[in-house]
Design a protein around this ligand. Structure first.
Ligand SMILES: [Zn+2]
Length: 400
């Protein structure tokens, strides 16, 4: 008798608990966006869009069943793809994996420790500077990898590389670690390496430190920074906060949106730090903002489909990098952001190109959507190889 009461009670508990738990579970969904109006309307919702640059056709998103139903009630056509496993507390998942940046994702402290180790190992080639602080007062670091600066003569050619501007694009942090490592090793070899002569990489490993930490502790799929917008919503999409074309299509004024552009161009301390740092360099011959996923090599403009100045120069460089990156078994595609995908306003690459008119690019690394941001650790190393192949080509192409 006692047992059956307990069984009944358990059954009752389950009947209550299971549906509500299921309702909280995240699903990967696909939302039809057949025309620009529908796409803009979707971008303005608070749905967690998984595409780095949402584009016409269909848009992948992470949503609870409640959120998916709400979208359907708003007239969107929703297809359920697959459930997303619980991604809270990733830190625990990696706790017992021996640290190796080629096979394991590194958290913020580990990424910075990796660069600090490079600085100790290659003191004449690797230096660092703090260029600002995030909205939650986290330092933003840049690592310079190059021969010691000479005073006088032609200013060195600076190539800026950004990782983790979008917090959930974890593989980009792994890639910039490898780029820094390979560049330092290359400089340390006795054979002179022409593409590193009078030229230096300026790597910002974690452009969005607060957002990145948040993906390890609270929400694996967080994209924006962690500004408190004051209305119970958080975050500005840093890659919609730059001044060129700010406020235009492909960005949102809704604070809840994944592509919320902020209250003004450069309203965020993270983008301001990058702006001021870039403005302080005499010569920025190249710029690369690394994102994931979609396997794309792209150049300006993002804010407009009009052809950019020096279009042939941008296209040739982009295609050359694509050829190098294709050597590892994945198929990359290259093109202008706005024509290849969809208009995205307020991006970093547009702003730097507008000022410097140099070799400015953005990558979307692996994969094509099978795993998306949660790229399995088994694909870290090959993504790093692709990233370094691209950057090496950029150094040759944009070199002095
Ligand atoms: Zn991104």
């Amino acid at each position: 008798m006692k047992l059956s009461v307990r069984t009944l009670a358990l059954a009752a508990l389950f009947a209550l608990a299971v549906p509500s738990m299921a309702a909280e579970n995240l699903w990967r969904i696909s939302v039809a966006a057949p025309d620009p109006v529908t796409l803009d309307r979707l971008i303005d919702t608070d749905v967690n869009i998984l595409d780095c640059h949402p584009h016409l056709g269909s848009v992948k998103a992470a949503a609870t069943q409640d959120e998916a139903v709400r979208l359907q009630l708003q007239g969107f056509k929703v297809t359920y793809l697959n459930p997303i496993p619980d991604t809270k507390n990733w830190a625990r998942f990696f706790e017992h994996v021996p640290a190796n940046y080629r096979t394991t994702y590194y958290n913020a402290d580990q990424i910075l420790a990796h660069f600090e180790a490079l600085r100790v190992q290659y003191p004449s080639f690797v230096t660092r500077a703090q260029i600002g602080t995030s909205i939650l007062n986290e330092p933003i670091w840049v690592y310079r990898v190059g021969r010691p600066l000479k005073i006088g003569g032609t200013p060195e050619n600076s190539i800026i590389v950004l990782g983790l501007q979008h917090a959930r694009e974890w593989v980009t942090g792994s890639i910039v670690m490898h780029v820094g490592t390979m560049a330092a090793q290359t400089l340390a070899t006795p054979q002179a390496v022409p593409f590193m002569l009078n030229q230096a990489l300026y790597i910002v490993p974690i452009t969005n430190p607060d957002g990145y930490r948040f993906t390890w502790t609270n929400n694996r799929l967080w994209r924006k920074n962690r500004r408190n917008n004051g209305n119970n919503t958080f975050g500005v999409d840093l890659n919609r906060n730059w001044a060129k074309g700010w406020g235009g299509s492909g960005s949102s004024g809704n604070t809840n949106s994944e592509t919320y552009r902020g209250t003004a161009a450069f309203s965020e301390p993270e983008t301001r730090a990058l702006r001021d740092f870039s403005n302080g360099l005499p010569r920025v011959g190249g710029f690369l903002d690394i994102h994931s996923y979609s396997q794309l090599v792209m150049w300006p403009w993002g804010y407009s489909t009009t052809t950019p100045p020096k279009n042939d120069y941008l296209r040739t460089g982009g295609q050359r990098m694509e050829v190098e990156m294709d050597k590892f078994g994945a198929n990359y595609t290259s093109g202008q952001i706005a024509t290849l995908l969809y208009v995205a306003s307020g991006c970093s690459v547009d702003w730097v190109f507008d000022i410097r008119q140099s070799a400015c690019y953005t990558y979307e690394m692996r994969d094509e959507g099978q795993f998306g941001f949660e790229l399995p650790p088994s694909q870290i190393a090959v993504s790093q190889d692709e990233g370094w192949a691209g950057v090496k080509e950029l150094l040759k192409y944009a070199g002095p």
